[in-house]
Design a protein around this ligand. Structure first.
Ligand SMILES: NC(=O)CC(=O)C(=O)O
Length: 299
């Protein structure tokens, strides 16, 4: 594995979209407008993120209907010009036009074998698709009287951990429910990620107690910056997202958070906090892998 890029200061933008409805073209148009708005903000971001499921309503019945073929293979060249995926075309053009790294939220992806994944894509400022992450842990829960959700009705879980390198940081990837499984962020951090960003969509049942808690926990466990980008809340939709897109620093301090309406969060990521957290509380050098296994060596 190559060494992580030197960690440099940068501004991160979390784009919390409202208006995600049944009309995919309208969803895509709105995402493009908001990406351009974020890029032209008072502080120029170097990296922008969209939310989980930004081009379709969130629900297992919708995934197969909205699914697109991406055809990305890690390590293989990928020609955006040859894709039929309208979401890939839009995200690639938006990254290129703005000249900003873009974590393009997630979309339902259909593979040639007919499997459907919940997939995040990352575009470089040149518009190249450089990484994907398929949601590893499917959101299957049942809280009687509150929420029942079963992604596994139509989705398959991804089977790899993923990160991407920019000129200012190594960024670890996950999607929403993945945050409840600390191994994923631990693996990313031990592979040199200074920042993890997960597009997500918690809800009004799980969000109040767990959204901030889990992100602060993953940041503190690993002494990294940790952020999740959510959809805005739409009470006319079938799924009531929590909103509150959030970024936490390596001391587990919340350094930026939105409310639940459509908005854009700009956060300055300062490597000094990362260095100071690790120097002051040196858990990253005090682990006892003679007592328990190192999960990052498992794959
Ligand atoms: N939507 C998810 O994947 C996860 C979620 O809402 C939760 O864990 O709570």
């Amino acid at each position: 594995m190559a060494a992580a890029p030197p960690f440099k200061p940068f501004t991160l933008a979390m784009i919390q979209l409202g208006q995600v409805g049944a009309d995919k073209s309208a969803n895509l148009r709105h995402a493009r407008e908001m990406i351009h708005k974020a890029a032209q903000g008072a502080v120029s971001p170097r990296l922008m993120s969209l939310q989980e499921c930004f081009n379709s309503p969130y629900g297992h019945v919708h995934f197969p209907v909205y699914a697109e073929t991406i055809g990305f293979e890690p390590g293989q060249p990928y020609d955006v010009a040859k894709t039929e995926s309208e979401s890939v075309k839009l995200l690639s053009a938006a990254a290129k036009d703005t000249g900003v790294w873009l974590l393009g939220g997630t979309i339902p992806e259909r593979t040639p074998e007919g499997k459907v994944y919940n997939t995040a894509m990352v575009y470089s400022p040149k518009g190249d698709l450089v990484a994907i992450h398929r949601k590893v842990h499917l959101f299957d829960i049942d809280i009687p009287g509150k929420i029942t959700f079963k992604e596994s009705e139509t989705l398959t879980g991804g089977s790899s951990t993923n990160y991407f390198d920019t000129e200012f940081a190594r960024i670890g990837l996950g999607i929403c429910y993945d945050v409840r499984f600390p191994e994923l962020a631990a693996i990313a951090a031990r592979r040199g990620c200074q920042v993890c960003i997960y597009p997500g969509a918690f809800n009004t049942t799980t969000g109040p107690l767990h959204w901030e808690l889990l992100q602060r926990a993953r940041a503190a466990d690993n002494q990294i910056f940790f952020g999740m980008c959510s959809p805005a809340r739409d009470l006319t939709a079938g799924y009531h997202a929590w909103g509150h897109s959030l970024v936490v620093d390596p001391m587990a301090k919340v350094i930026g958070q939105l409310e639940h309406e459509e908005d854009i969060l700009f956060v300055d990521i300062d490597p000094k906090t990362f260095t100071e957290a690790r120097a002051g509380i040196p858990v990253t050098t005090q682990r006892r892998f003679d007592v328990y296994p190192d999960v990052s060596k498992a794959q």
